[in-house]
Design a protein around this ligand. Structure first.
Ligand code: ADP
Ligand code: MG
Length: 259
């Protein structure tokens, strides 16, 4: 009997089922005490291993995602921001768009919650075990410049393609140079062809996107890919923080400040 037990431990070890190995004794004790069927014992032991691995993967995915903050959709005050349709966000939160390879594009002025909503959706995707990558356009441009110097643009691109969901935040804060614009187009195009979702946020309306690109046709082609299977949400409200400060009487003239 002891020999069988030792061999089992060795098997678990050589298969790298470390968590199952750690939990073997308590699982066997419960099994004996409760006279469990062999199938139940095996299921319990492997379930512990699978669960632990999943949780580990979630942690790693979160660390690799580059999310700038840990904001949940539950923390989003829909009553304060009536321009954001709760039902639409709840529908996005089911992650059907992600399974279908569709995009979400959030357009609106500063402070209305675009990044919060993107991060909230990203956290939902992470909870389900998806790989997520978050970057602002500004960060992406810096990486493109670096990668150009070291001739590693291909590697950078494949890194952005690997994630199941990519968030490209703050499109529109700066106009792009030719090489950067080409990279962004290539990225959007490659994700489009692979049916991999993106969430894009911008403070510029689509007609203004042309000004961000050195070549108007590139902007048109990029928007074409992005919107083909895309849900665009225009948020026209005022900045959440400004609104609160105004309500607290700290900002006397909203129209002068809320630009
Ligand atoms: P944007 O990306 O549109 O500029 P953010 O998502 O960065 O705006 O929002 C600015 C700050 O205000 C963040 O801390 C965000 O969590 C908060 N915020 C914005 N809108 C809401 C809201 N409706 N409910 C709760 N917090 C909000
Ligand atoms: Mg933002």
């Amino acid at each position: 009997m002891r020999l069988v037990y030792e061999r089992l431990c060795q098997h678990l070890e050589s298969l790298k089922l470390e968590t199952a190995l750690t939990h073997l004794d308590p699982v066997l004790e419960v099994a004996t005490r409760e006279q469990q069927a062999p199938v139940e014992v095996l299921e319990r032991l492997l379930q512990i291993e699978v669960q632990t691995r999943f949780e580990r993967r979630l942690k790693t995915n979160f660390m690799l995602s580059g999310l700038p903050m840990k904001k949940r959709l539950e923390e989003f005050d829909f009553e304060a921001q009536i321009q954001v349709p709760k039902a639409t966000i709840q529908e996005f939160a089911t992650l059907r768009f992600l399974n279908q390879g569709e995009n979400v594009i959030l357009i609106g002025p500063c402070g209305v919650g675009k990044t919060h909503l993107s991060v909230g959706l990203a956290m939902r995707a992470l909870d389900e075990g998806f790989r997520v990558i978050f970057t602002t356009l500004h960060q992406l441009v810096a990486k493109v410049e670096q990668a150009q110097l070291s001739h590693k643009l291909d590697r950078l691109l494949s890194n952005y393609l690997r994630a199941d969901l990519m968030i490209l935040d703050e499109v529109g804060f700066l106009p792009l140079k030719s090489a950067e614009a080409n990279f962004v187009f290539e990225l959007v195009n490659a994700r489009y062809q692979r049916h991999k979702s993106m969430i894009v946020t911008s403070n510029k309306t689509f007609s203004q996107w042309e000004e961000l690109f050195p070549d108007k046709m590139l902007a048109v082609a990029l928007l074409d890919r992005l919107l083909h299977h895309g849900h665009a949400l225009h948020i026209r409200g005022e900045s959440y923080r400004l609104k609160h400060r105004r309500e607290a009487g700290l900002v006397p003239n909203p129209t002068a400040l809320d630009t």
